[in-house]
Design a protein around this ligand. Structure first.
Ligand code: IDP
Ligand code: MG
Length: 161
């Protein structure tokens, strides 16, 4: 009973909070990878993102150093493609963004499709724009926890809306 009242109060406070849009569950982190930028697909990929109901709450255009790309992909350090991935991701400019939508992580994974574009569903961003399993057009966070870690890796509080 008390628990329920406390939970209702918490929900109410959260719903009134000005930063509610960046609560876990509502955001995901994405990059348009170097192949997407190189092929002039920034516009078409952002159009798909907006048409699918995501709002952009932070965005920047930048080139990653090998050190930064290596840090970002540290979880894959032991995987055989790590070196290739780091040099590829630091080989040209990228667009980094935080996207907001209900259930953002899962919704965005559905929109981008499988890691390997040959296995991605029709109409997904990777099916439409990716070149290969390495050069696969976009990154998308795989959990709420990583969405927050990755968003904080790229953006400070004053760069978010
Ligand atoms: P995801 O991006 O779909 O989450 P992950 O397994 O997290 O896929 O891999 C991270 C990135 O590493 C992929 O997006 C892709 O760019 C690259 N990658 C994954 N598997 C391979 C591979 O077998 N060869 C080369 N690159 C790969
Ligand atoms: Mg991943």
């Amino acid at each position: 009973m008390y628990l329920k009242i406390e939970f209702d109060l918490f929900t109410k406070i959260v719903s009134l909070h000005p930063k509610k849009n960046i609560m876990a569950g509502n955001i995901t982190f994405t990059m348009i990878k170097p192949d997407g930028v190189e092929a002039n697909n920034i516009g078409p990929i952002l159009a798909k993102i907006n048409q699918s109901g995501f709002k952009i709450v932070a965005m920047k255009y930048m080139k990653l150093s090998a050190e930064t790309a290596g840090k970002f992909y540290e979880v894959h350090k032991e995987r055989p493609f790590y070196g290739e991935l780091v040099s590829y991701m630091s080989g040209g400019p990228i667009v980094a963004a935080i996207l907001q939508k209900d259930n953002a992580v899962a919704e965005y994974r559905t929109l981008i499709g499988a890691t390997d574009p040959s296995k991605a569903d029709e109409g997904t961003i990777r099916k439409l724009f990716a070149k290969s399993i390495a050069a696969n057009a976009v990154h998308g966070s795989d959990s709420d926890e990583n969405a927050n870690i990755e968003s904080n890796f790229f953006f400070s509080q004053i760069e978010r809306f």
